[in-house]
Write a protein that binds this ligand. Structure first.
Ligand code: SF4
Length: 489
């Protein structure tokens, strides 16, 4: 499927992977624009290009053109990465602390049977010997972790992402989950997600996945439309997709959610609404509606450039897909749990992605995995062979480790809320900000342009605001970080 590590949780089809900490905001933590004499927000100073960049473009229809691009969410203020020779000692010290609000566990399974046109996260084929060795390495890492204070748990969310985790044989996944259960303390209501491709959910493999203990399946369908699927190289027609999902849903032993993409080549907004109707008719527990992102130099970009595929919907048209989708689903009493995620049943909780986005304590295993713990970020390079070799040598270490960013608490506060479509701006300004005026100016600009609804405590995104949610989030992070109270740094 698509990458779902804590570093790039479910913005996966919107944003390219980013490292745990991004480049500094403007190079430092400079103060923001002045406040007017009466305490009202002053205008942005002429040279405050950063703030202007986040104001809605004046002549635009906000849904199609509030901004000229989508931003990538990053913390802005980078902490100094730990020098490679100090990573081992620093990581082991870090694992001596206990998790704060429970623990998450992310396991990266990098293998893919084939490379999908629209995806920038594909990995190597799961050759049986390599796949078995990979699971052995994960077991060894779990064994190594079990006595660390950081592993104390309780583990509240587990996510197997990739790559294609379902490309592994169920007995390998069963061994992995046995070890997770033996070595970690799982919360009774732990959400345990297995990400995968539909064709791996044969009746026999599904029984194996359920026996392994997964209670939530996340499946990349992308589109039900046979014509669109086949143009993207997904050869099974709608009827086959529906049959697989019906069989899976009929088990009633786990939540079933799917990914859908809007803005695909040859797909109209009506086609996307048809996909949503199909999802609803199936009785799925939830779905993600992801915006298509075309990776420069990727296969999809090449297919469009060569004329093999028609143009995909440009950014200026994608908002219409999102607005119509949101209105359709909410009108049908789906619940919107995040900017991209909608739930139909009460069974669906969608715990992992918000956990990762707020940088909750999360151990991360496997090549290409990354996580956060006590505000520290860590990351392992996605090279399978290097991971296997390191594990053989007993080196269960990240390749990169960074202490908490100066604005780490602030970022968690903002992202956790904005991901759900709202912001308690009063608490943000009272608790974190020395100068609230620039933030107020932004929020008022967005409210005037239909992106937010404001009262004196909350700012709540409209559907237009949710479409631009990553931009609004990054704008709030940067603006609040520039104006942070000294004691919050
Ligand atoms: S299976 Fe396809 S969509 Fe999933 S990670 Fe691999 S290449 Fe990407």
């Amino acid at each position: 499927m698509t990458t779902n590590s804590p570093l790039t949780p479910d913005m996966k089809l919107i944003d390219p992977p980013s490292l745990p900490t991004g480049p500094p905001v403007g190079g430092d933590n400079a103060p923001g624009p002045p406040v007017g004499a009466d305490g009202a927000p002053g205008p942005p100073s002429g040279d405050d290009e950063a703030l202007k960049m986040f104001l809605v473009r004046p002549t635009a229809d906000p849904l199609s053109g509030a901004f000229d691009r989508k931003f990538v969410i990053h913390a802005g203020l980078a902490s100094k990465p730990t020098p490679p020779e100090e990573i081992q000692a620093a990581y082991e010290r870090l694992l001596e602390s206990r998790p704060d609000r429970g623990l998450g566990l992310y396991v990266h399974i990098p293998f893919c049977r084939s490379q999908c046109l629209y995806c920038g996260f594909g990995g190597p084929r799961p050759e049986p010997a390599v796949a078995a060795a990979y699971v052995e390495a994960l077991l060894a890492e779990l064994e190594w972790l079990k006595d660390k204070a950081a592993a104390a748990g309780p583990v509240r969310v587990i996510y197997l992402g990739g790559g294609t985790p379902t490309s592994l044989a169920p007995d390998l996944l069963g061994r992995l989950m046995d070890s997770v259960g033996k070595n970690l303390d799982l919360a009774n209501d732990c959400e345990i997600t297995l990400e995968g491709r539909l064709h791996d959910f044969t009746p026999e493999k599904t029984s194996g996945f359920l026996a392994a203990g997964f209670n939530r399946f996340s499946i990349g369908v992308q589109s039900f439309d046979t014509r669109i699927r086949q143009s993207l190289g997904r050869l099974s027609p709608r009827a086959t997709v529906v049959e697989y999902l019906e069989n899976l849903i009929s088990r009633q032993k786990a939540a079933v959610i799917i990914d859908l993409i809007y803005g695909l080549p040859g797909q109209s907004p009506d086609d996307f609404i048809d996909d949503l109707k199909q999802a609803e008719a199936l009785g799925l527990d939830g779905l993600d509606a992801y915006q298509l992102n075309i990776f420069k130099g990727g296969q999809l970009a090449g297919a469009i450039e060569s004329g093999r595929l028609t143009e995909a919907a440009p950014l200026s048209a994608q908002g219409e897909y999102y607005r119509r989708a949101g209105e359709y689903l909410l009108g049908r009493r789906w619940r919107q749990l995040s900017l991209s995620h909608f739930a139909l049943s009460a069974r669906e909780r969608n715990l992992y992605n918000p956990w990762a986005k707020r940088r909750g304590d999360c151990l991360a295993l496997g090549a290409g995995a990354g996580g956060f713990f006590s505000g520290w970020s860590f990351y392992r390079r996605p090279r399978v062979e290097a991971y296997l070799e390191a594990c053989r040598r007993g080196l269960f270490l990240p390749d990169a480790l960074s202490p908490p960013a100066p604005n780490g608490r602030l970022v968690s506060f903002i992202v956790e809320q904005m991901e759900q479509g709202y912001l308690n701006h009063r608490r943000l300004t009272e608790d974190f900000m020395a100068d609230p005026a620039p933030l107020r100016l932004l929020l008022e600009n967005w409210a005037e342009n239909g992106l937010m609804i404001m009262d004196d405590e909350w700012a709540t995104m409209t559907m237009t605001g949710r479409f631009w949610g990553v931009n609004l989030t990054q704008a709030v992070i940067e603006t609040a970080s520039r104006n942070m109270k000294e004691n919050q740094q």
